[in-house]
Design a protein around this ligand. Structure first.
Ligand code: TMP
Ligand code: ZN
Length: 405
C-alpha cells in the first residue's frame, strides 16, 4: 500500500503493467545486459482524485544527457507552442514581463519569447536538449525545478508573470516542492499554466500507453484543484487541447487574485459524471486495457500468420508500454521508423526492436505500419499518401484496435 504523492492519504491499486524498462531508454546492443527494469503500477487516491504511479523510477535514470525526446521533431507541435506562447503574451504578461518555463526541452516554446526579446528562463535537466535550446539563443538552466531552484531564479531574475510547463508537470512526483517553488516565484497576479495528457481522455480512449515511468500523474481538473488548494492557489481556467491524444491546459492563480471561468465548474461537473472521482471507473479502465492487449495480439498474430510485413511508425516513449506489456518484439515488428537521429540505430527498450531512419520505411514499404505515434496521427496519415497508394495500411490501437481503411 502506498501514500498519495499529493495529499498523503492511502492510494488504491488500479493496474500493474509488470516490469518495464525506461520508456525513453533507447539503447545500443552492447547495453542490453545492463538494462534496468522497474515495476509500472498505477493507483487512484480517493481523497484528492489523483491518478498516479505508485512505484517511481529515479529521475536521473530518465532525464539525463541521453534524453531521447526532442519536442521540435513535430511540425504541428512547433505550431502548437507558437500559438501557446503568443496567447500567453497577449493574455498574461505585465509591463515588465518575465516568463519561466519548466522542462523547456529544445526551446520549442521559449524561442517565441526570445524572438520578442522577452525576459525568460528555461529550466531543463536533460543536458543534451538544454544545449540544443542554448544554441537557439534561449536562456536555459540545467537543473530540476523545485523549491530551492525557484528561489535561486527569483533572486537572480525577480518574480515571474507566468510559469509555464507543457508535458512536464506530470513528470514531477515531487510536485509539492514544485508548487512551493511556484508560489514563491510568482508575482501576486502571476499565473501557472501547464498542459498534460488528460486522464478523462486516457480513460475514454483506453490510451493506456500514456502510462509510463515519466508520467507520475494523470491529471483531471478535480485533482489539480485539490493540489492547487493545498498551496493557496486555484484553477481559474481549464482548456481542453487536441494534442498528445487529448490534453488539458490548466491555469492557476493565487486564490482570489483573478476571476474563475465558468468552464472550470462545467468540466468538474463532467468529470463527476464520467466517474473520474471513483475507483470503479479506473477498474473498468483496467479491464479495457487487458482487452485492448488481447485484441492487438490477435490482430498481429493473424497478420504474421498471413505472412505480412509489419513495421512500427514512431519510436515513441508510449510504445515502450505497449510493446513490453503486450510482449511484442521483432518477431512481429520488423523495425520502427523514427525521424529522431538519437534513436536511430538503437533498439527499443525491453523488447529490442531495431529503430531505423524514416528512409528505411519509405525505401521498402511494409504492408502494415503500427502507428505508435498515433497522437500525431492526423499529420502522419495525411503525409503518407504514397504508403497508402502502395497498398500500405496503418494499424491503430487507441480507442480500439483496428486497421485504418
Ligand atoms: P511523441 O508521441 O512523444 O511526440 O513522439 C513522437 C515520436 O515519433 C518521435 O520520436 C518522433 C517520431 N515521429 C516520426 O518518426 N515521424 C513523424 O512524422 C512524427 C510526427 C513523429
Ligand atoms: Zn491524494
Amino acid at each position: 500500500m502506498c501514500n498519495c504523492l499529493v495529499c498523503g492519504n492511502k492510494v488504491e491499486h488500479v493496474i500493474s503493467f509488470g516490469d518495464m524498462p525506461i520508456a525513453n531508454g533507447f539503447l545500443p546492443e552492447d547495453m542490453f545486459e545492463k538494462e534496468k527494469f522497474y515495476p509500472l503500477d498505477v493507483g487512484f487516491c480517493p481523497t484528492c482524485s489523483m491518478v498516479q504511479l505508485t512505484k517511481l523510477v529515479d529521475k536521473e535514470d530518465m532525464f539525463n544527457e541521453n534524453y531521447a525526446y526532442f519536442a521540435s521533431t513535430s511540425r504541428r507541435m512547433v505550431e502548437h507552442f507558437k500559438k501557446f506562447a503568443y496567447w500567453v503574451m497577449e493574455t498574461y504578461l505585465s509591463e515588465d514581463p518575465f516568463v519561466v518555463e519548466i522542462g523547456s526541452n529544445d526551446g520549442i516554446m521559449l524561442q517565441n519569447y526570445a524572438k520578442e526579446n522577452i525576459k525568460h528562463v528555461g529550466v531543463e535537466p536533460s543536458e543534451n536538449v538544454a544545449q540544443a535550446a542554448r544554441e537557439k539563443g534561449i536562456n536555459t538552466l540545467s537543473c530540476f525545478f523545485d523549491k530551492e531552484n525557484a528561489q535561486k531564479i527569483k533572486a537572480e531574475y525577480g518574480e515571474a508573470d507566468v510559469i509555464a510547463g507543457t508535458n512536464v508537470m506530470c513528470h514531477l512526483p515531487y510536485i509539492r516542492s514544485v508548487f512551493d517553488g511556484v508560489t514563491s516565484l510568482l508575482k501576486p497576479q502571476g499565473v501557472l499554466i501547464f498542459e498534460d495528457p488528460y486522464v478523462g481522455d486516457i480513460v475514454r480512449r483506453t490510451s493506456y500507453d500514456q502510462i509510463y515511468d515519466e508520467h507520475a500523474f494523470y491529471f483531471s481538473v478535480s485533482s489539480v484543484s485539490y493540489l492547487a488548494g493545498m498551496h493557496g492557489l486555484e484553477v481559474i481556467d481549464a482548456l481542453p487541447q487536441n494534442v498528445h491524444g487529448g490534453s488539458m491546459r490548466y491555469i492557476l492563480a493565487r486564490k482570489g487574485a483573478r476571476d474563475v471561468s465558468d468552464r472550470v465548474r462545467e468540466i468538474m461537473a463532467n468529470e463527476e459524471k464520467q466517474g473520474l472521482k471513483q475507483l470503479s471507473t479506473y477498474q473498468a479502465f483496467a479491464a479495457n486495457v487487458a482487452q485492448n492487449k488481447e485484441d492487438l495480439l490477435t490482430l498481429l498474430k493473424r497478420l504474421k500468420a498471413e505472412g505480412k510485413r509489419i513495421v512500427g511508425y514512431g519510436a515513441t516513449s508510449k510504445s515502450t508500454t505497449v510493446l513490453n506489456y503486450c510482449g511484442i518484439g521483432p518477431e512481429y515488428i520488423e523495425f520502427i521508423s523514427d525521424t529522431t537521429p538519437i534513436k536511430q540505430g538503437k533498439y527499443t527498450p525491453g523488447m529490442h526492436i531495431p529503430v531505423k531512419p524514416y528512409e528505411a520505411f519509405v525505401s521498402d514499404y511494409p504492408e502494415y505500419a503500427l502507428l505508435f505515434a498515433w497522437n500525431h496521427g492526423e499529420e502522419i496519415i495525411a503525409n503518407e499518401t504514397a504508403f497508402k497508394d502502395a497498398g500500405g495500411k496503418f494499424i491503430l490501437y487507441v480507442d480500439q484496435v483496428r486497421v485504418d481503411e
